[in-house]
Design a protein around this ligand. Sequence first.
Ligand code: DGY
Length: 418
Amino acid sequence: TNDLENRAIAILKANDRGGYTVPTAGLYPYQWNWDSAFAALGFATFDRDRAWREIETLFDGQWEDGMVPHIIFRKNDPGYFPGPDIWGSRTEPPTSGHSQPPVVASVARWLVETGGREDERRAHEMFPKLMAWHEWWHCYRDPDETGLVGIVHPWESGRDNCPDWDIGMNNIVVPDDLGTYHRRDTDWVDPSERPTQETYDRYLTIVKFGRECGWDHDIVVREGPFFMADPCVQFVLMRADRDLMALAERFDDARARGRIADWVARDEAGAQAMWSDEACGFVATDLRTGSKSPAITNASMLAFYGGAGTEEQRAEMVRHAREILDGCRYVFPSWDPRHEGFEQRRYWRGPVWSVMNWMMAAGFERHGLADLAMRVRRDTLAMVRQSGFFEYFDPLTGEGLGGPNFTWTAAIHLALVS
Ligand code: DGY
């Protein structure tokens, strides 16, 4: 192993809080859902037991209805806002009130297929919990069984301030009694690399609504301030449903196979509902108004990872990919630079994220697009070499942005070089 690999391993170890890792010390002091899924990929390169622990501990926070929340608050840390009191989950351990892209089933399958009997045993043990979580998505987040799963907060997408959400966020009225609060994120990171204050007020408006109805999913979905479909959640779930199916086959579970087959059929119908003729691609869709986002994102590009679309649609997506690749020193940007709203340093409004690249490259490869996969992987490694293990990167300069010594950036680096 070389120097960078040793540093990546050291970051995972330093962010380890005993069975789970924090995304980065200071800025994110708890366990985050999809961060842990990717952390497991990194741990697997040097400690498979620890890789499993990382995703097993996530289910300590699983709700009775199957939801796996996006943050698990193991102990109160005043360095983060909004903490457990603001969420008011009434669970033990306390958690946030919504979920995050369900990557875990895909990671579990990957661990099984690259491992041995012990991996198989642990996946089997986790299987019913994964089934319950996927069931939750298909039931509570798609109550009309359209195939399109919705998200109730931009945080549920993991792509917090992407311009995709402006459509739904613009309709949110911030109540007079929201109260004053002290943001903590901008204590750690330059405000120009974080969501604006106006955006933050709206995030908290949604949290207030959820807390006040006791995070009743039916109410939040039907009456809450925000309900949109996210290409990231949709395509990640689509991939994860297929991976769960592979596990169900391995475990010879006929009942689960039948259930998952229904989901997989619906997933494609949902993907089709995200197709926009204007943008000529798969884009975020407001499930209240039907409005569609105007531009392609790194989440749109996960269509290949999910296995969505017709051949013609995929050809259009490849055309977008090549044009965006030509316009950026480092790919893949989180918002199409050809579009208004692109901000190269601001979080999900332009910067590049290693985890998205990792999934995207796997999808390209699966569809025989080896040159695209190679470019995405090469850039992912190059930005780290140039700038270190930052949370995200400027697509035009490769500068590292957001939090330093970031767990998932280190984990993806290890997964790519191993
Ligand atoms: C934050 O606090 O910015 C997180 O992204 C929420 O998950």
